[in-house]
Write a protein that binds this ligand. Structure first.
Ligand code: HEM
Length: 260
């Protein structure tokens, strides 16, 4: 007598079984294109956008004018892209840089030399970081110009304009603080001049303000350390919070403003 073996399941059937499992359904939320039963309907497309961690940042529906490239020139988007690029390249540089001024006669300067000459892709990553920073200052300024030119600062977007002004200030502070880190002649004198503006604070507190900015009476190891912490931690933290508010407000204010 011939033994009848059960037919092995096809790859499609195995995949269906996996998609029905509790583990799979716990990862892919309702509406996900990876869930069983996804249909290419308006409703499922909307759910797919709403329930995905990355897609949900975008609106489910757009006004047609919001897609016109020559209205925004994507300058805000470019500024954000550069911010991400600067974060990624900055983290790489942090593996090889120590903000130490006194140790071995300017460790910070020597670390930059090492990054430029010995670290794998070091010089390239450093230059992407440097050029990216210059570009971000330019794109943020141009973005602000575009918002002004198109009148996008008017109600209900006036609050987002104010958030934007803070973003501009933090962007400039990030650029300024990064300038000190190479610890070369340019950095030293730029900070000597830059922090001397502290003296022009309201009468009586000028020297104190300058002292806080420098961490001492003149540019030194303490100055480098405090501006380093500002550059890699405090300011990125602040800009991330304000960026989240900025993007949230764009959505709540009804998306991109319309053409005049
Ligand atoms: C780190 C800096 C900034 C980033 C990453 C950023 C990002 C963005 C993005 C992605 C948009 C969507 C439209 C577009 O791409 O143009 C936008 C819109 C907007 N931004 Fe910014 N922004 C920044 C700085 C600023 C500044 C400096 C201002 C003004 C002072 C500003 C005011 C606005 C306003 C009012 C809108 C709404 C525009 C509209 O509805 O047409 N932003 N921003």
């Amino acid at each position: 007598m011939k033994l009848k073996l059960p037919r092995p399941p096809s790859p499609g059937e195995v995949f269906d079984k996996v998609r029905e499992s509790e583990a799979w359904r716990s990862i892919f939320r309702p509406g996900s294109v990876f869930r069983k039963g996804y249909k290419d309907t308006q409703r499922d497309r909307a759910l797919a956008a709403m329930n995905n961690v990355l897609y949900h940042l975008h609106p489910v529906k757009l006004k047609r004018h919001g897609l016109k490239l020559t209205y925004t020139f994507c300058l805000g988007g470019l500024s954000f892209f550069l911010f991400i690029l600067l974060t990624v390249t900055g983290i790489y540089l942090m593996f090889f840089y120590r903000p130490a001024a006194e140790l071995a006669a300017g460790q910070a300067y020597q670390d930059i030399e090492t990054i430029r000459n010995s670290v794998v892709f070091g010089d390239m990553v450093r230059n992407i970081h440097r050029w990216g920073a210059h570009l971000m200052v330019i794109t943020v300024f141009l973005h602000m110009g575009r918002v002004f030119y198109t009148g996008a600062y008017k109600p209900p977007r006036e609050f987002n304009w104010v958030v934007g002004v803070i973003l501009l200030l933090v962007t400039l502070l990030l650029a300024f603080s990064g300038y000190l880190l190479p610890w070369d002649q340019l950095s030293f004198w730029a900070f000597t001049v830059g922090t001397s503006f502290g003296q022009y604070s309201p009468p009586g507190i000028g020297p104190e303000v300058q002292f806080i900015l420098l961490g001492g009476a003149e540019v030194g190891g303490e100055t480098l350390l405090r501006w380093y912490v500002l550059h890699v931690l405090a300011l990125p933290f602040v800009i991330t919070i304000f960026l989240a508010v900025h993007f949230w407000r764009i959505r709540k204010d009804g998306g991109i403003s319309g053409p005049l």
